[in-house]
Design a protein around this ligand. Structure first.
Ligand code: SF4
Length: 634
C-alpha cells in the first residue's frame, strides 16, 4: 500500500515543512491554523475591513478575500492597511480564479495568494479534447509562461502560494488524461508544483477540496502519498467545499476535515458554511483543538503494515447479513433509550415516531432509528414491526422483535435469540473465540481510547485480517460532550469509519439527548454517503463574487424542497466557479449576473438568466419536469 499517514494506529501528525505567511508560520511544529474568507464585495473597503475584523475576533488566524479582477486586487492594499491600522497583523490572502493579472498585483500586496490550477491560465471548461503527449507538453509550457511571473513576484516579496485544486474545476488537459478524479486533482496541483520547484520556490501550501467527502479525503491522502514518495512535505489546507449551512454544513465539514486530521494530515483548515464567516471559526476551533491535545507519539512504522482495504477508494468491508444488518444493507441507526425512565409517546416523537391514537396509526419519518436499546428497561407501547428492540440479556423477553445484548461470549452461548444477538466488546479485546461463533451475532464495539476513530478502525482492520465477517455496530459514549462537540466529534469518528468502509451501524450510549443524537447520526451517514435520508444541499459559502442573497435563497429553496429525499441541489453564488464546483448536484441554481439566475440539470444549463424573483419557482418546476418531485407530507 502507498503510505499516506505516519501511523495508521496511533495519532501522529505528518511532518510538513514550515511556510511563512507574514508573521505566522504554517506547517512544521506550528499549531493547526484556522481561517475563513470574507463574503463582502472586495471593492467595498469598509465592509471588507469590518467583516475581516469580526472574523479575526472570532479566531481567524488568516483572512482570505476574493480578487476577481485587477481592481479588486488593487483594493486589497486599502483593506490590508485598514486592518493593520486597527492593530491587527493577521495575514491576508487573495483568492484568484482565472485572472493571472490580478494574482500578479495581489502577490505584491498580501501575504499569500491562492490560485486554482484548474483555471489559472485556462478558460476552457467541460470540453473533451484529446491531447497527444506533444500537445500536452506544449500546453504545460504555455502555462509555465503564464505562471512564472507569479512565482517570481512571490519569491521577491516573500509571498506564500496556495495551489488550491477543486474537484469540478479541473482543466481540460487534466480531465482528458485523468478524468474528474482524485488522481486528476493531485496531478493538477503537482504540475504547478513542479514549476515552482524548478524555480526553487517552496513557499507552497496545497488544498484538494471537493463537496463529496469521499473524493476530498481520497485526494488529500493520494497527494500526501505522492509527496511522501517524492520527498516533498508541503503543508496542507483542508476544507470541504460547498458544505452548506447549519447542521448539514457542520456535519459534512467534520466528516471530511476531521477524518484527515485523525490521519495526522492538515496544517490549516477552513470550515465553509453558507452563513456569516465568523460562524465558521468556532467549528474549526472545535475540530482542531481535539487533535492539538493529542500527543504525536509514533509507535511502529506503518510502511510495514499491509492494509486489507484501499484507503484511496471506498469499498465497504464485507460482512454477513443478519436480518437488516450487514451485507449490502444501509448501516443501521440505534437509539439508546436506556437512560430515559418511562419511555412515552413523547419520547418516541423526538426520534421521528409519531402515534395518532384516533386512527391508531404510526407515522415514521425518514430518520427513525432501526433499533431502540432499552438496557434493563421494558416498554409498554406496542411499536411498529419495523423497529427492533434490544434489551440486556437478562431482561429480553420472547417477543419476536426483542433481541438480547450480551457482555460476554459465554452468556451469549448460554441463552441466545435464534435470529439476532448483540455482543458488546471493547476495541482492545481479544478476537479469538469469535471465529467459531455460529450464533447470529452483531458486535457492538466501544473504545476507551481518546483516539476513537483510529482505535475503532483498528479493530475493523483486525476483523478483516482474520476474515471474520461479523457485522459491526460502532458505539461511542457521548454523554460528556457539549452539543457542538457531539455534532463535530461523532461526525468525525463515525464518518471517518464509514469513509474507510467500516461499520454496519452506529449508536451512542449513556446520553439522554436522543433527538440531537439521532439527527446527527442520520446526518453523518448522509455526509459520508452511506445512507441517504434527506435532500442534500451543495451551497457555496458565498464570497465577493456572489450575485444574489445566498443565505436567504438557500433558506427559501430548503423550505420548499427539504422533503425530496436523495435529491442533490447545488446553490452557487456565481457562474465563474459554480457549475464546476457543484459537479455532484442533480439540479443547480447559479448566479449568472446581478439578480440573474441560470438553472442546471446535472451539468447542463436548462434555463439561462432568469430574474431571481421567478427562479425558485422555475427550479421547482424543473424538478417536477424531471420526475424528481413528490408533494410534501401534509
Ligand atoms: S461559487 Fe460561491 S464561493 Fe465560489 S467563487 Fe462563486 S460566489 Fe464565491
Amino acid at each position: 500500500m502507498q503510505k499516506y499517514s505516519n501511523n495508521m494506529f496511533h495519532y501522529s501528525r505528518f511532518d510538513t515543512c514550515e511556510v511563512k505567511i507574514g508573521e505566522i508560520g504554517l506547517g512544521g511544529n506550528n499549531p493547526i491554523r484556522i481561517q475563513s474568507m470574507t463574503t463582502t464585495d472586495t471593492m467595498d473597503t469598509d465592509e471588507s475591513i469590518a467583516q475581516s475584523i469580526r472574523m479575526i475576533e472570532a479566531g481567524a488566524e488568516l483572512v482570505r478575500l476574493t480578487a476577481p479582477s485587477i481592481k479588486e486586487a488593487e483594493n486589497l492594499k486599502y483593506i490590508k492597511k485598514g486592518i493593520r491600522d486597527l492593530g491587527f497583523s493577521t495575514p491576508i490572502i487573495a483568492d484568484i480564479h482565472f485572472t493571472p493579472n490580478a494574482a500578479l498585483i495581489a502577490a505584491e500586496i498580501v501575504e499569500k495568494v491562492r490560485i486554482n490550477p484548474g483555471n489559472y491560465a485556462d478558460r476552457k471548461q467541460f470540453q473533451k479534447i484529446e491531447y497527444t503527449d506533444q500537445s500536452y507538453t506544449e500546453e504545460l509550457e504555455r502555462i509555465r509562461e503564464r505562471f512564472l511571473p507569479l512565482i517570481r513576484i512571490c519569491k521577491t516579496n516573500g509571498t506564500a502560494l496556495r495551489i488550491g485544486t477543486n474537484h469540478g474545476s479541473l482543466s481540460d488537459r487534466i480531465l482528458s488524461r485523468y478524468g474528474d478524479t482524485p488522481l486528476g486533482m493531485v496531478e493538477s496541483a503537482l504540475e504547478f508544483t513542479r514549476m515552482c520547484i524548478d524555480e526553487n520556490f517552496h513557499n507552497i501550501v496545497f488544498s484538494m477540496k471537493a463537496s463529496n467527502t469521499h473524493i476530498m479525503i481520497q485526494a488529500y491522502r493520494l497527494l500526501v502519498s505522492k509527496m511522501m514518495g517524492n520527498g516533498m512535505n508541503y503543508p496542507l489546507h483542508l476544507g470541504v467545499t460547498e458544505a452548506g449551512e447549519g447542521e448539514d454544513g457542520r456535519i459534512k465539514s467534520s466528516v471530511g476535515i476531521g477524518t484527515l486530521l485523525a490521519d495526522g494530515l492538515g496544517d490549516t483548515i477552513r470550515v465553509s458554511l453558507t452563513e456569516e464567516p465568523e460562524n465558521e471559526l468556532p467549528v474549526a476551533r472545535l475540530l482542531v483543538n481535539r487533535f492539538d491535545s493529542l500527543k504525536s507519539n509514533i509507535r511502529g512504522d506503518s510502511t510495514k503494515i499491509i492494509l486489507p482495504y484501499d484507503p484511496f477508494f471506498h469499498q465497504r468491508r464485507e460482512s454477513k447479513t443478519i436480518l437488516n444488518i450487514g451485507g449490502s444493507q444501509v448501516p443501521v441507526v440505534m437509539s439508546d433509550l436506556s437512560k430515559i425512565p418511562n419511555i412515552s409517546y413523547e419520547t418516541l416523537n423526538k426520534i421521528g415516531l409519531q402515534y395518532n391514537s384516533t386512527i391508531d396509526k404510526w407515522t415514521l419519518s425518514d430518520t427513525v432509528p432501526d433499533y431502540l436499546y432499552l438496557g434493563e428497561q421494558t416498554i409498554s407501547i406496542d411499536l411498529p414491526d419495523t423497529i427492533g428492540i434490544i434489551q440486556d440479556k437478562n431482561h429480553a423477553g420472547n417477543h419476536k422483535y426483542i433481541y438480547p445484548m450480551f457482555n460476554s461470549i459465554s452468556d451469549l452461548n448460554a441463552s441466545f435469540h435464534p435470529d439476532l444477538n448483540f455482543l458488546k466488546i471493547n476495541s482492545d479485546c481479544n478476537l479469538t473465540g469469535l471465529a467459531d461463533l455460529s450464533i447470529p451475532t452483531v458486535l457492538v464495539i466501544q473504545t476507551g481510547s481518546e483516539q476513537i476513530l483510529i482505535k475503532l478502525r483498528e479493530i475493523g482492520i483486525k476483523l478483516m485480517k482474520y476474515n471474520l465477517q461479523i457485522p459491526i455496530i460502532y458505539s461511542i459514549d457521548s454523554s460528556e460532550l457539549t452539543p457542538d462537540e457531539l455534532q463535530c466529534y461523532l461526525s468525525t469518528d463515525f464518518g471517518g469509519l464509514f469513509i474507510d468502509g467500516f461499520g454496519d451501524g452506529i449508536m451512542t450510549f449513556g446520553d439522554k439527548r436522543i433527538k440531537h443524537i439521532n439527527q446527527t447520526l442520520f446526518g453523518l451517514l448522509q455526509a459520508a454517503r452511506v445512507r441517504i435520508s434527506k435532500t442534500e444541499y451543495i451551497s457555496c459559502p458565498s464570497c465577493g463574487r456572489t450575485l444574489f442573497d445566498l443565505q436567504s435563497v438557500t433558506a427559501n429553496i430548503r423550505e420548499r424542497t427539504s422533503h425530496l429525499k436523495g435529491v442533490k441541489i447545488g446553490i452557487m453564488g456565481c457562474i465563474v466557479n459554480g457549475p464546476g464546483e457543484m459537479a455532484d448536484a442533480d439540479y443547480g441554481y447559479v448566479g449568472t449576473g446581478k439578480e440573474k439566475i441560470s438553472l442546471y440539470k446535472g451539468q447542463d444549463i436548462i434555463k439561462a438568466n432568469l430574474q431571481s424573483g421567478e427562479a425558485v419557482d422555475s427550479l421547482i418546476q424543473l424538478i417536477k419536469d424531471n420526475g424528481d418531485w413528490v408533494d410534501p407530507p401534509s
